[in-house]
Design a protein. Structure first.
Length: 339
């Protein structure tokens, strides 16, 4: 009997010892994982700080499959006309300065998801009608399998229409869009990039129609540039700017053209400046034609290290003899996966 009691006591003591040791392990893991509350364990009576902040740009920052990189390429002549008829042998692709073997090459008009980011701030009041006409011209040249989304923005972005293959519905909703308020351009682009993740097409683009000059966004230029780099979305922008001699601009409006141009360049798209609103429909039609006459190049990166680093892409063109100097537009790079 005494032996049984001693044995029970030993086992109970051992269980308590293991439990206490386990509690210590859990506390250590919580602290090591970055729990700020554990870091202030010596001030348990202190009310923890609460930081209100915008949601992270991307909880999964890797958008590119390391096994295949797809690069849409636009080629134009000195008169900004689309150049078609080139072959795979006319292109070279470099990934971090290393030439890559092209595995796929296509020129067909594949379906594309297009998100229109439509500025309805107060500064667009005298341009809103021509901007609507520009949207119509853009839709007219669409592929029947394309899908479209509309986001308007002034004080905040607003999803007017989720993706649909019936652009007439979007045009009907645009009839009720009116100009007024401030300009949350960056927030609208972020919303557009987020919604693009839900599409299934291999080609994606945002068309931004705005006079630039963000003055009411939560996200910063740095945030949005990072988000654009992490996405596989091309950005085309129509910057509707007043003639230089007539401009009485705020610092935000003065930065508008360079902001739109930089975002477009990073993504492999383009920015068109328009001073006369009557030119908007023609420019929109031009963008639509360019989107549907691209060369789509695919390659497997020779560097398969999943380090999450930014890798630069350069597309080099070898045009046939006799052609004038040509301009190449393509995305500038991608983030490698981390896992």
């Amino acid at each position: 009997m005494p032996g049984n009691i001693m044995g029970r006591a030993f086992r109970v003591g051992l269980v308590l010892l293991l439990a206490l040791w386990g509690m210590g392990s859990i506390s250590l893991v919580c602290f090591a994982s970055g729990d700020k509350a554990a870091a202030h364990s010596d001030k348990e009576d202190r009310v923890p700080d609460v930081e209100v902040r915008r949601s992270p740009i991307n909880t999964t920052p890797i958008q590119m499959n390391v096994d295949r990189v797809i690069v849409p390429v636009t080629v134009t002549d000195p008169f900004d006309r689309i150049v078609t008829g080139l072959g795979e042998n006319n292109f070279e692709v470099f990934d971090d300065k290393v030439r890559q073997k092209i595995l796929s090459f296509a020129t067909e008009d594949a379906p594309i998801s297009v998100g229109m980011i439509f500025d309805t701030s107060g500064s667009m009041s005298d341009k809103i009608q021509k901007s609507k006409e520009a949207a119509l011209e853009f839709f007219k040249t669409s592929n029947p399998e394309d899908v479209f989304m509309l986001i308007s923005f002034s004080n905040r972005p607003y999803l007017v229409s989720a993706f649909t293959d019936n652009y007439e519905n979007i045009l009907d909703r645009m009839l009720f869009v009116k100009a007024g308020g401030r300009t949350s351009l960056l927030d609208a682009i972020y919303l557009g990039l987020s919604r693009m993740k839900k599409t299934e097409t291999s080609r994606k683009a945002l068309l931004v129609i705005s006079d630039g000059g963000d003055n009411h966004s939560r996200y910063t230029e740095r945030d949005i540039k990072r988000a654009v780099k992490e996405s596989d979305v091309q950005i085309y922008a129509i910057g509707v700017f007043e003639a230089l001699r007539d401009r009485d601009r705020t610092p935000e409006e003065a930065a508008g053209p360079s902001l739109l141009s930089e975002l477009a360049t990073i993504s492999g798209g383009r920015m068109f400046s328009v001073e006369d609103p009557s030119e908007l429909p023609d420019i929109a039609e031009k963008i639509s034609i360019q989107l549907r006459n691209q060369y789509v190049i695919g390659y497997k990166p020779s560097n398969l290290v999943r380090d999450g680093n930014w890798r630069r892409i350069r597309v080099k063109l070898h045009p046939p003899r006799g052609l004038p100097p040509l301009q190449v537009y393509s995305r500038t790079g991608y983030y490698a996966p981390t896992q």
